[in-house]
Design a protein around this ligand. Structure first.
Ligand code: AMP
Length: 116
């Protein structure tokens, strides 16, 4: 299975990659919602959080560690930031290759809008 993000991981389509190692890749979101908006993805295709298995614990944890490292490098660690993983339709997932959004650089407000 391939995905848009798998092509970015393999360098087949361009992206502003800020970090890459054997298991994860991080690149700037093409349509940023804040001054820092970076996506952290496993190099292997895992479509959604629902598809994670015990065998993925290391890569899933590594995504968090890499997020913290990038936040420090971006200079947003102290002010704070938000990590978001959308899952399926209600979660607003559009690209079905697991990814963690690292968003910061401005106050982000309420986490989820309350229904009126
Ligand atoms: P999600 O709604 O969680 O699936 O988020 C998908 C994200 O991927 C969106 O924030 C898009 O702006 C971003 N995106 C889509 N295509 C690209 C691309 N080619 N390079 C970087 N980010 C992208």
């Amino acid at each position: 299975m391939t995905t848009l993000f798998a092509k970015i991981v393999r360098g087949e389509i361009p992206a502003d990659i800020v970090y890459q190692d054997d298991s994860v890749t991080a690149f700037r979101d093409i349509n940023p919602v804040a001054p820092t908006h970076i996506l952290i993805v496993p190099n292997k295709v895992i479509p959604t959080v629902n598809d994670l298995t015990a065998a993925d614990e290391q890569v899933a944890g590594h995504m968090l560690v890499v997020a913290a490292k990038i936040a420090a490098e971006e200079g947003i660690a102290e002010d704070g930031y938000r990590l978001i993983i959308n899952c399926n339709e209600y979660g607003g997932q559009v690209v079905f290759h697991l990814h963690m959004h690292l968003v910061g650089g401005r106050p982000l407000g309420q986490m989820v809008l309350r229904p009126r």
